[in-house]
Design a binder for this molecule. Structure first.
Ligand code: GDG
Length: 489
């Protein structure tokens, strides 16, 4: 069983948008995004293929080619798979467990069975399209069994895996009834990538403990300094599995498509128009998140409310815009988070807004990238307050829009991005006083000491500009190619 694609990316989602015509006909068109942009050149050069779920449980299209010649290969999921594999095991078991139990994970045996079956299905689709000796890059927590299954059915492949969310400490991970299967699944890869050294270390520590120790270890994951020489970067930590294979473990902090952001930046006139439409406030504060309980949206609203109450922020001159993109809407904790957020927005506007002049503008909708970049560019302060986040691309997108040194970023210490963006106003989202203090410090500095604020923003901007998503992709793939060259020839 093999195809003719020498490079295969497999992710839960296929990068396509579905549009439904008046007569119900569905059309699928490729949709851009950071990961797609970063991987497209490689996919196009190497006769690449992307395997994933097209986002509907209705009938799926036949495999088709993008204009650049990349094969998009859909995996069909039915309504039960969607509920048990996607909403259930992926997003109500693994997501909360890997985000340090912000809500309790649900351990459900039927969901686990579905997770295994869907992972099997993905692995078989990959095996069908991958050429002999191909390189396969598996993405994220929904597909952690795929490397192990592929290793068994296609030992000729070189397999990389990247986790986009944090990997928890062994003490938390050990709760998972199916922990050994997950670890074994991941160890089917030749290279395991995490955003942060701390996640890589958690995984290494875990493999020493689970299953009476899986293989032996050498080295420690290196610090995450990734420079222009990414392709010659070495993987310094390895696990030798019981069947005597080497698995590299390393950190690869993801970033954004800087060229796309810079290419779409709004004109100063447009930025002025956006601020004007919001009543020309002295201070415009912005939050942009998927509506997810990990993102700390309620906490930042409460901090804002307390600052208005204490008159540390002037309600007549301050506006907060919160974009909360709909996400996983059928899961209980997401419903609860939404109602808490919306109740807080209503209360704050009731208390501090005036007729035709709300203090909080709340959008429970997905905006176009262009509209998003207009808001980023117009905002004086960006509030990013997750309790836990693998990286957080929103923080990096905001910073990329402020090459002129304007603006300030208030950023949770618990976002992966905090490791690189140390010049931000770092806060502890579990401590309301800390969010209030840093929001207030940012507002004060912008008014009283704009030179220092600009120096900090310039430092952040430089960091993001120099470490974009292409560097992330080439760094991971460089390491994977090195492994491929060493082991296969
Ligand atoms: C996971 C990890 C990790 C948001 N609203 C709209 C919109 N967005 C875009 C943002 C940004 C992306 O979605 C969100 O990325 P984040 O990194 O902030 O968060 P997650 O979705 O949780 O992503 C995270 C990431 O994977 C990558 O590895 O950083 O830690 O949790 O790009 O701009 N885009 C548009 N309209 C919206 O309304 N067009």
């Amino acid at each position: 069983m093999s195809g003719d694609n020498t490079f295969v990316v497999v992710a839960n989602r296929l990068p396509v948008d579905i549009s439904v015509a008046a007569d119900g006909t569905r059309t699928f068109s490729p949709s851009p995004g950071g990961l797609v942009t970063a991987l497209s050149p490689v996919l196009e050069r190497q006769q690449g293929c992307w395997v994933g779920w097209p986002g509907t449980v209705e009938e799926v299209p036949e495999p088709f080619y993008t204009d650049g010649g990349v094969l998009l290969h859909p995996v069909a999921l039915n309504a039960h798979d969607f509920e048990a594999f996607y909403e259930g095991f992926s997003n109500a078991t693994l997501w909360p467990l890997y985000h340090d139990l912000i809500v309790p994970p649900i351990y459900d045996r039927e969901w686990w069975v579905s997770y295994r079956e869907v992972n099997l299905k993905f692995a078989h689709e990959v095996a069908e399209v991958a050429a002999e000796g191909a390189i396969v890059w598996v993405q994220d927590y929904q597909l952690q069994l795929v490397p192990g299954i592929l290793r068994q059915i296609r030992p000729d492949l070189t397999i990389g895996f990247f986790l986009h969310i944090p990997f928890p400490s062994p003490d938390l991970f050990r709760q998972l009834p199916w922990r050994e299967e997950i670890v074994r699944g991941l160890l089917g890869a030749d290279l395991l990538g995490f955003h942060l050294v701390s996640s890589a270390t958690n995984f290494l520590d875990l493999t020493r403990e689970v299953a009476g120790g899986i293989g032996s270890h050498t080295g420690q994951p290196d610090e995450l300094e990734v420079s222009g020489q990414a392709s010659v970067r070495e993987v310094t930590a390895h696990i030798t599995t019981n069947d005597n294979r080497e698995v590299g473990v390393a950190s690869f902090p993801i970033s954004i498509d800087v060229d796309e952001v810079l290419g779409l930046l709004p004109t100063p006139e447009k930025v002025a128009e956006v601020r004007h439409d919001l009543g020309d406030p002295q201070t415009l504060i912005l939050g942009v998140d998927r509506l997810d309980y990990t993102k700390g949206i309620l906490q930042r609203l409460l901090a804002f409310e307390e600052l208005l109450e204490a008159e540390a922020l002037d309600a007549s001159n301050t506006v907060l815009v919160q974009v909360a993109t709909p996400s996983r809407e059928r899961i209980d904790h997401y419903k609860r988070t939404r109602s808490q957020v919306e109740e807080a927005v209503g209360r704050i506007n009731g208390r501090f807004g005036s007729l035709g002049k709300p203090v909080v503008h709340y959008h429970h909708q997905s905006l176009s990238k262009k509209a998003l970049l207009e808001l980023y560019s117009a905002a004086d302060i960006m509030l990013v307050t997750p309790f836990k986040d693998g990286m957080n691309l929103v923080a990096k997108e905001y910073v990329a829009c402020h090459g002129d040194g304007s603006g300030a970023l208030v950023l949770s210490e618990f976002a992966g991005a905090a490791h690189e963006l140390s010049e931000a106003f770092l806060c502890n989202p579990f401590d309301m006083e800390s969010i209030k203090r840093q929001l207030s410090n940012a507002a004060t500095m912008l008014q009283a000491d704009p030179e220092t604020a600009a120096r900090r923003m310039n430092a952040l901007h430089e960091q993001v500009i120099e470490h974009d998503v292409n560097l992330w992709a080439s760094s991971f793939l460089g390491c994977l190619h090195d492994i491929h060259a060493e082991t296969k020839h």
